[in-house]
Write a protein of this length. Structure first.
Length: 382
C-alpha cells in the first residue's frame, strides 16, 4: 500500500489529536504492508522524520495564524474555500495512495480516503465550543462524510455514536484504540526529584488533573468536590491542574485562583512533554471527571504511570479505564469527593487500583494502533 497522512494536527501545544497524529506518523513506518508513506503538511509534503513540535518551531506561528483566520467570518469562509483546493492540487497524481485525515477533515481527492472522528462534541456539546468553530467544523464534517470511504473512531462507544448520529453504516466504521507514550510509566523517586522540585511538588504529595481548562472537562464539579474534603486533607494533598487555556475558561481560572489563594490548589499551565510523565508518576491520585470524551487519553496515561484513577463514568471513560478506576456520575459532587478521599487514604484500595491500572494500560499500544489503522487502509484498497 501507499499512504498519505495529513500531519496538520502536529503543532504546539501538542494536545490529544496532535499526539495521535504524531504517534501514527512514527509507527506507520514500521508496518511492512505500507511500501510508501508520505506526510502532507498544509499543501506540501513534509520531510522525515516528523519532530515533536516545540514553542520555537515554524508550525506554531502558522497554527496561530490559522486560528486567527477561523475567528473572522470573512477570512474563515475564504480559508474554507481555498484550503481544500490547494490540498487537492497537492494531491494530484497520488490516486494510487490512501489519504488519511486524522482530524475530521478530508479534502477533495480522487483516490481512497479514510478519516478519523475522535468525538462528536461539536454536535452534541456545541455549547462547549466557540460558535465559529462549530459552524466551520460542521460544514467541513458534512463534506468529509461525502468523501470518506471509511471512518475510524478511537473507541467502540464513539463508533456506535457516529453511526447512529449520521446514519452511517457500521461496517464502514472501525474502532482503533489510542495509546500513550512509553514515557508514561512508574518511576523511582530519583528520576523525579529534579522535575518535582522545579515545580514545587513533592512525591505523592498532590492530586493531579491533566486536560484542557474548559467547561466540558467538568472542572467546576472537581473544584466543588475537592472543596468538600477536610481542610487537612486538602492541605496535605493539594490539587494540581495542568492544561492549556480552553474556550470560556475565564470563570474556571477565577475559581482555580481562589482555590490557590486558599492553599489547596495550583495551576501549572501547559507543561512540556518531557516533564509531564514525571509529574504524572509523582502524583498521589489522578482525577478526571469529564462530561464527555472521545477517548480519555489522560486516564490511560495515569494508569500507565502507576497512579490510582478517579474519573466519571461518562461516554468513553469506562471503556478505556475498564475496572481499574473508581467512577461516579460526573455531576455527583458528593460521591466524587468521597472517591477522591478514598483514593488518597485507602492503602489497600490504592495498591489494587495501581495493579489493575497497569494491566489495563498494557492492553493499549501505538504499535497496535498503527497496525489496526493500516488494516483499515487495506480494506479501502481491496
Amino acid at each position: 500500500m501507499k499512504v498519505i497522512l495529513s500531519i496538520d494536527p502536529i503543532c504546539f501545544p501538542l494536545t490529544g489529536i496532535g499526539r495521535y497524529t504524531y504517534e501514527l506518523a512514527k509507527h506507520l513506518n514500521d508496518i511492512a504492508a505500507i511500501e510508501q508513506l508520505k506526510f502532507l503538511s498544509g499543501y506540501r509534503f513534509a520531510q522525515l522524520p516528523v519532530p515533536i513540535p516545540t514553542p520555537d518551531t515554524n508550525r506554531v506561528s502558522s497554527n496561530k495564524l490559522r486560528q486567527t483566520i477561523l475567528k473572522n467570518t470573512l477570512t474563515r469562509e475564504l480559508y474554507s474555500s481555498v484550503s481544500p483546493v490547494l490540498k487537492q492540487l497537492a494531491l494530484r497524481g497520488y490516486t494510487d495512495h490512501v489519504y488519511h485525515g486524522p482530524n475530521f477533515y478530508l479534502p477533495p481527492f480522487a483516490g481512497p480516503s479514510v478519516c478519523t472522528f475522535h468525538d462528536l462534541s461539536i454536535f452534541t456539546w456545541a455549547h462547549c465550543h466557540p460558535p465559529e468553530r462549530v459552524k466551520y467544523m460542521r460544514k467541513e464534517i458534512a463534506l468529509t462524510l461525502k468523501r470518506a470511504d471509511m471512518l475510524i473512531t478511537d473507541t467502540e462507544t464513539t463508533r456506535q455514536e457516529v453511526a447512529a448520529y449520521f446514519s452511517w453504516p457500521l461496517d464502514k466504521i472501525r474502532a482503533v484504540p489510542l495509546a500513550c507514550s512509553e514515557d508514561f510509566r512508574p518511576r523511582h523517586l530519583d528520576e523525579l526529584s529534579s522535575t518535582l522540585i522545579s515545580q514545587g511538588l513533592t512525591f505523592q504529595g498532590y492530586s493531579l488533573y491533566v486536560g484542557t481548562i474548559e467547561p466540558r472537562k467538568n472542572l467546576d464539579a472537581l473544584l466543588d468536590a475537592y472543596a468538600l474534603l477536610p481542610p487537612a486533607i486538602r492541605q496535605q494533598w493539594p490539587l494540581i491542574l495542568i492544561g492549556y487555556h480552553g474556550w470560556r475558561s475565564e470563570q474556571l481560572h477565577a475559581r482555580i485562583a481562589a482555590a490557590v489563594s486558599e492553599g489547596w490548589a495550583r495551576y501549572l499551565g501547559f507543561v512540556e512533554a518531557r516533564e509531564l510523565p514525571l509529574i504524572y508518576a509523582g502524583a498521589r491520585v489522578f482525577v478526571f471527571p469529564s462530561l464527555y470524551e472521545g477517548f480519555g487519553l489522560p486516564v490511560l496515561e495515569a494508569m500507565a504511570s502507576g497512579i490510582p484513577v478517579v474519573c466519571s463514568n461518562a461516554s468513553t471513560l469506562p471503556e478505556v479505564a475498564g475496572d481499574a478506576a473508581t467512577m461516579c456520575e460526573p455531576k455527583d459532587i458528593e460521591s466524587l469527593s468521597v472517591l477522591i478521599n478514598k483514593a488518597l487514604q485507602d492503602e489497600s484500595w490504592r495498591k489494587l487500583a495501581i495493579n489493575k491500572g497497569l494491566l489495563q494500560a498494557a492492553k493499549f499500544s501505538w504499535q497496535r494502533c498503527a497496525k489496526e489503522t493500516a488494516a483499515v487502509y487495506k480494506e479501502v484498497v481491496t
